[in-house]
Design a protein around this ligand. Sequence first.
Ligand code: NAP
Ligand code: ZN
Ligand code: ZN
Length: 350
Amino acid sequence: MKVNGYAASKAKAPLAPFQFERREPREKDVVIEILYCGVCHSDIHQARDEWGGGLFPMVPGHEIVGKVIQTGPKVTHFKVGQNVGVGCLVDSCRACTSCHENLEQYCENGFVGTYNGIERDGKTPTFGGYSSHIVVDEAFVLSIPTNLDLSKTAPLLCAGITTYSPLKHWKVKSGMKVGVIGLGGLGHMAVKIAAAMGAEVILFTTSKNKKEDALKMGAKTVVISSDKEEMKKQTGLLDLIINTVSAQILLTDYLSLLKREGTMVMLGVSPDSLNLESHALIMKRRNLAGSLIGGLKETQEMLDFCAKHNITSDIELIPIQKINEAFDKAVKSQVKYRFVIEMNSLKIKD
Ligand code: NAP
Ligand code: ZN
Ligand code: ZN
């Protein structure tokens, strides 16, 4: 089927209208009409080829919410008309230990990314959610709880699960102090979810104008990271730090805020290498860890958790024609707190 979307024709090229083919649905495929797609900072890193190895033309987008318009004959979980989501993965080997443990994101044979990836046939490139339709095996499709607003739910498919997964893995609960660095797409979800899990949340931001919002989202304390005195007050107090910053920052300053044996989890994927002094880890047996999105089972669990706690993303809805402007604003931390593309806008003639 012919599909309209927006693509970067080569690294750093502005996104522009692009027509391409989606496969005919296989037995277990679901055909989804895309209604909304969030704009993740990973879309920008990849469309600008900041991590290297990008496949072009590239149709970004992995925070997809839409409606099922067709199902293959062996689809059992989804029906035409149902609202569904697709996140960062559209396939994995389904045979390795990680896949068997519902950790498809760590598939030992490599997961298939929703875009900038290659299908398991070894040759077909994947194209993401900045497009009118997508065809996905039902094993990689999520159900959207009925009480959630669809446009505000799109960012949960990446920003939501990427922050929920480490908060769960490090067993965040009431009585714990969780630091979040950066109030962007991931950061604002981390604040909301950690607060809903019962933690006391301390937000670290470079943007003074985000303070009030962070407090409303559930942070108990907001520290402007350039304020050395305020930073120092947190020394040795935090159980866990979720680092969502998309650029490299001096980690030593933040590691010293952890308690003995506390952990900092790296979520941001800066193109530059880590910047830290090892004594900050050694002196208090602290840990530095990383975490990658989440598996399908956990993503469904996160959606159900958000539905129960009435958590969605704070968004700015844009037509697809504004995507290049949105990329530039996101890089300058000028989005509150996630751009979401209204996909109906694809029908507008430029
Ligand atoms: P985003 O919306 O742009 O948010 C990043 C935030 O980091 C900004 O809002 C800003 O917060 C802060 N920041 C940006 N530049 C900074 C700098 N130079 N110094 C200090 N702080 C800075 O991005 P996002 O979509 O949340 O993504 C964040 C990162 O996570 C990206 O690198 C993305 O690729 C990565 N990511 C990783 C995973 C994973 O599985 N691990 C999944 C999705 C995304 P303040 O204004 O509050 O300071
Ligand atoms: Zn993402
Ligand atoms: Zn696998």
